[in-house]
Design a protein around this ligand. Structure first.
Ligand code: GLY
Length: 216
């Protein structure tokens, strides 16, 4: 898995021919990031259902998605979880790229290959480990997230610094102003690398990866 932060989401998608699933709100705000073949959805826990996966899979088949095709998720955690699961099971698995658009999904759910749907009221009951080939971190998306969503993602950053990187933790304490201005590209990269390193050591969550659940 590669974390790409030097290329914009629009550049990554342009001409890729990928089959995209995109959050409706993101699609409206950032039409330049859509693929020519995009399936638009409303994000949220309701998206993570077998019924929604089936609808998406039928759309993939109707539009000629085959074993050599690639699926791209554009959205927050629920879009990435559902799209990753569909990519894991479509024709027994096709390549998947994730473009997270919320801070929380950039620093947590987009990295690590955990995909899932909910069954009834049980979250993430059915899923698969299916690593994204690329995770594209484009901090331009941070301009349009609410303060609440920013803080929610920032909580995950503080947690990761607290469990794994004392110098990052000190930086967060000392550089409050630029954090409030959302100038945190370098911080996001550090946190993504910590998560990716942890996942590389324990991809199937049988050991050290449990430290990432601190605070969950
Ligand atoms: N969110 C924790 C993990 O990916 O393992």
């Amino acid at each position: 898995m590669s974390i790409i932060s030097e290329q914009s989401a629009a550049e990554f998608v342009k001409g890729s021919g990928a089959f995209m699933i995109a959050d409706r709100r993101v699609a409206e705000l950032y039409p330049e990031c859509l693929s020519e073949r995009s399936f638009i959805v409303d994000s949220g826990e309701e998206l993570k259902s077998f019924a929604k996966v089936e609808t998406f899979i039928k759309w993939l088949a109707d539009n000629g998605c085959n074993r050599g095709s690639e699926i791209v998720a554009l959205g927050g955690g629920t879009v990435g979880d559902m799209a990753g699961f569909a990519a894991a099971i479509y024709m027994r698995g096709v390549k998947f790229h994730n473009i997270p658009t919320t801070l929380l999904s950039m620093v947590d759910s987009a990295i690590g290959g955990k995909t899932a749907v909910n069954v009834g009221s049980i979250k993430n009951l059915v899923g698969a480990f299916h690593q994204p080939t690329n995770v594209i971190i484009d901090i331009a998306f941070l301009k349009s997230i609410t303060d609440n969503d920013f803080l929610s993602g920032f909580g995950e950053i503080i947690k990761t610094a607290a469990i794994a990187d004392q110098s990052l933790f000190n930086m967060l304490l000392n550089e409050r102003d630029r954090v409030l201005r959302r100038e945190i590209g370098d911080i996001i990269t550090r946190v993504c690398n910590i998560k990716a390193d942890t996942v590389r050591r324990d991809p199937y969550d049988n050991g050290i990866r449990v430290i990432l659940n601190a605070g969950h």
